[in-house]
Write a protein that binds this ligand. Structure first.
Ligand code: GTP
Ligand code: SPV
Ligand code: MN
Length: 594
């Protein structure tokens, strides 16, 4: 089968010639096709069957140990003008990038099958959804794309109808880190990824298309493509508010998206609905609100730490029809990672487990599973119009300074709060872990254009008639003097969401501080939590000296984007600094007159 779309056929034919693939397979997404792929991979060792009784139709994939995470230093945005990619991206001139990577693709699929994978990001009938075609020589990528996107015949039909699609060319090459590139050509709606088979480097619908290319398109077309979860919070009155939250990689999106309310909240009727756990596309609706869809159809989630006491919804959905990448295995042939009960037998590289070799599961080990298997997944996630967003939340790993929660004063201040986000780096990308860096809107690795222009785009949503969500910042990761997290996190995070939504509904007050509005300690529900009052004070503390230094750093960071940073954002930063200075002066002990 080929397509009715000449441009697609032609691209497939050219690519087959360039890569010298043995054969071409157009993926339909049928059960037979998937079964055949799995059978071949079990034979080649690319998949390992897990315990079929405890984990029916679950498989383990061990990636090359040099290929276990995104590679930001090898990821490029190739725009005609360097400034359009911005200092937030690695840049290469398009002609040079094409030449470099096409050289690698030449002959790279000799002896391999070339898979043509048509996919749709978002519900197949949603106007905001966008389609793409990934060409890959990795059956592992095909299986993952089938779980993560609407892949196959329905997507191809939409592509043929629209005549337009994002082209993604991928080969695992030789998995040589010195011959690895993830190239984006937003002006050509094209992605070329060579030399990695892992996650965001290889599943091109995800970060490459749904964030880097889509953010570029979103700017031109007046919408937003964001690294955000989408979660519905239903209160005891049966009203559901949808919240979109941007946390950097491995900072808690999947966990918040699938949160199970604490016991007292559950019995009072609180419910939490999962729409998406990683990516959010949103657009102003006719009513002025922002309406959001989850472009993905599955979860590619961090395995370590996923446990009955942290994310039971996730654990429950992983009992069948799932792919595990770089986890350990127990003596029973079940997948195992740090946080689960019991003992590992083999580590992620298939060696007998030895603590001297490090953790049994790689810290960036992942599961891939269809969203439909998540008990809290809601039909609203399949809605063509999306869900209306009541609140936007930014957050990161900040061991000090940043309080548990605060609310931005208005949209423009909220954009500054998002732009100023910082977080400690994690194992989701190769490189040092635990290093503080700025990660505006959690998009540092994913914005397909200059951050200065991106901030201006965010500001542009504030216009007459807009009914914009309130913006908040959270920090689940503040630590006490003992080096331990002050806040219990996970399900207890609903307590913070409750306060935010009460603010959205205008039902609770707030304490005004120079950095924004904070809850009065009494307004954050701690019923049922063993929680000394001094700890809440510590979590909500605003250290003016520390914030002064932070505000100065934010100013320097914004200046780094030069003339592209909107004046309005500079003005917000100056106002922040001025508020801090005023409050510091007011807080100084006064000498009485006379
Ligand atoms: P990506 O898929 O990389 O984008 O990550 P993510 O943002 O979805 O992060 P995820 O929810 O998978 O969490 C990453 C790690 O943070 C896991 O080890 C979690 O156990 C831990 N984590 C998540 N939420 C919390 C929390 O509220 N408190 C604490 N202390 N840890 C958390
Ligand atoms: C992330 O790193 O933010 C992820 C995993 O969600 S990956 O698909 O590898 O980008
Ligand atoms: Mn992510």
């Amino acid at each position: 089968m080929a397509s009715q779309l000449a441009s697609l056929n032609q691209w497939v034919e050219e690519t087959a010639r360039l890569t010298q693939a043995d054969s071409v397979h157009w993926c339909t997404g049928s059960e037979d096709e998937l079964a055949a792929l799995r059978a071949g991979m079990l034979e080649s060792g690319e998949l390992i069957a897990l315990n079929a009784e405890t984990h029916p139709n679950c498989f383990l994939h061990r990636s090359n140990p040099n290929d276990v995470a995104r590679v930001e230093h090898l990821t490029f945005v190739c725009t005609a003008e360097r400034e359009d990619a911005g200092p937030n991206n690695h840049w290469m001139a398009p002609a040079e990038a094409h030449a470099k990577v096409d050289g690698l693709f030449a002959g790279c699929m000799k002896g391999r099958t070339l898979y043509v994978v048509p996919y749709c990001m978002g519900p197949i009938d949603a106007p905001l959804s966008r389609c793409g075609v990934e060409i890959t020589d990795s059956p592992y990528v095909v299986l993952n794309m089938q779980l993560m996107t609407r892949m196959g015949s329905a997507a191809l039909a939409r592509i043929e109808r629209e005549g337009r699609f994002v082209k993604g060319l991928h080969s695992i090459g030789e998995l040589d880190p010195d011959r690895r590139f993830i190239m984006h050509f937003p002006e050509e709606l094209t992605i070329k990824s060579f030399g990695s088979g892992y996650g965001g480097n290889a599943l091109l619908g995800k970060k490459c298309h749904a964030l880097r290319i889509a953010s570029w398109q979103a700017r031109q077309e007046g919408w937003l493509a964001e690294h955000m979860l989408i979660v519905g919070v239903e209160n005891p009155r049966g009203e559901t508010h949808y919240v979109a939250a941007a946390f950097p990689s491995a900072c808690g999106k999947t966990n918040l998206a699938m949160l199970i309310p604490p016991e007292g909240y559950r019995s009072n009727g609180w419910k939490v609905w999962t729409v998406g756990d990683d990516i959010c596309w949103m657009q102003p609706g006719k009513d002025g609100r922002l309406w959001a869809i989850n472009p993905e159809a599955g979860f590619f989630g961090v395995a370590p730490g996923t446990a009955a006491n942290t994310n039971p919804n996730a654990l429950d959905m992983l009992g069948r029809d799932a792919i595990f990448t770089n986890v350990g295995v127990n003596a029973d042939g079940q997948p195992w990672w740090e946080g689960l009960p019991g003992e590992p037998a083999l580590d992620w590289q298939g060696r007998p487990y030895d603590p001297a070799n490090g953790p049994a599961a790689h810290p960036n080990a992942r599961f891939t599973v269809s969203a439909k298997q998540c008990a809290s997944y809601t039909d609203a996630a399949e809605s063509a119009s999306g869900v209306p967003i009541s609140a936007i939340v930014f957050g990161g790993r900040r061991p000090s300074l940043v309080p548990l929660v605060f609310e931005a004063r208005d949209w423009a201040h909220g954009v500054l709060v998002g732009a100023s986000m910082g977080s400690e780096t994690t194992a989701a990308a190769t490189g040092a872990v635990g290093v503080m860096r700025r990660d505006s809107m959690a998009m540092k690795p994913f914005c397909g254009y200059n951050f200065g222009d991106y901030f201006a785009h965010w500001l542009s949503f504030d216009k007459p008639g807009a009914k914009l969500p309130k913006i908040f910042h959270v920090n689940w990761f503040r630590k006490g003097a003992d080096g331990k997290f002050l806040w219990p996190g996970f399900g207890e995070n609903l307590r913070v969401l409750e306060w935010m939504l009460a603010r959205v509904e205008g039902r609770v007050g707030a304490v005004e501080t120079p950095i924004g509005m904070l809850p009065a300690t009494a307004d954050l529900g701690t019923q049922g939590l063993e929680f000394p009052a001094h700890r809440m004070r510590e979590l909500l503390e605003v250290d003016l000296d520390g914030w002064r230094a932070e505000a100065v750093q934010i100013g320097e960071y914004l200046a780094g984007f030069g003339a592209r940073t909107p004046e309005r954002l500079h003005a917000e930063q100056k106002q922040l600094l001025a508020r801090i200075d005023r409050a510091s002066t007011a807080a100084l002990p006064r000498v009485a007159n006379g």
